[in-house]
Design a protein around this ligand. Sequence first.
Ligand code: SAM
Length: 234
Amino acid sequence: MTSDDHARRVGQGEPGGDPDHRRAAMVTNQIAGRGIMDPRVLDAMGRVPRERFVAPGYQAFAYEDRPLPIAEGQTISQPYVVALMAEGGRIRREDKLLEVGTGSGYAAAVYARLAREVHGIERLPALAETARRNLTAAGAGNVEVHEGDGSLGLPEHAPFDVILVAAGGPRIPAALKEQLAPGGRLVMPVGTGYGRQTLIRLRRDETGGFVQDDLGAVSFVPLVGRQAWPGTDG
Ligand code: SAM
């Protein structure tokens, strides 16, 4: 490869280039390039090494514009969608945040750079363990990963200023609405079929009412739980 080829490869964020350059290209092309403008979100996306959260063998694809498989048939979300949810949640430095569906821990690592305290909940124990390991390796000290059904929220740590749900359900679980603080923001994919949803934002006003808006079409794996889709494991 000539040095020109190398520069082009690195500059375009192609598989095989230096991860720092590929990450910077991802932020420019896939995140800012698609309209995410919050400078704190762009900074966080530029700092979290996604290549350390993908499954073994997928490092070369870490900065491609797509979700990637992780263990247990689940996925690490597309970087743009993580940024869209972070911006939609209007995360402030002082916030306590709940992420439902922690998977690899990647999105939680991004949110950890934006919020004071992050709780992640993951229903599959093997993934919760991997997320803990990945987050520790990435130095995200303000994240605690819990195992369980996140459609019920995490009442022992509620209320939350921000709740971000990384899996799609048929409706927003009542438990999550109850655990949202006054002034809080909840972002969740909602749809009646598996795999196609609308990303909904709910804002809770100071009197306890909710205002809903639509952040666009998305495609997430299903949220499986008592206040979500039924699973096959009871
Ligand atoms: N945020 C993750 C990341 O950055 O890697 C991606 C998560 S993946 C798209 C969705 C995750 O939600 C899966 O790991 C799945 O096991 C989890 N999940 C599904 N239903 C859940 C529930 N009721 N409670 C907690 N986690 C759930």
